[in-house]
Design a protein around this ligand. Structure first.
Ligand SMILES: [Zn+2]
Length: 57
C-alpha cells in the first residue's frame, strides 16, 4: 500500500490535497486534488497495477 504522493501546485509550489476519488472502471480511477492555497483543481487518472494487463482493442 504505497500511494503516490500528491502532485505539487505549479503556481504555489505546495502539495495538493486529495479531495475526491471516483472509480472510472476496472483498474482505473479518477483522483481530484485541490491546492490549499489557490484552490485550483487537478484531475488525475490513476491506473492500478493490481488489475490485469489487458488493454488492447
Ligand atoms: Zn496553488
Amino acid at each position: 500500500m504505497n500511494a503516490a504522493p500528491p502532485p505539487m501546485c505549479f503556481r504555489c509550489g505546495v502539495a495538493r490535497e486529495l479531495v475526491l476519488v471516483s472509480p472510472l472502471g476496472p483498474g482505473l480511477e479518477l483522483r481530484q486534488y485541490t491546492c490549499p492555497k489557490c484552490g485550483k483543481v487537478l484531475r488525475l487518472k490513476i491506473r492500478h497495477d493490481s488489475a490485469r494487463h489487458s488493454d488492447g482493442a
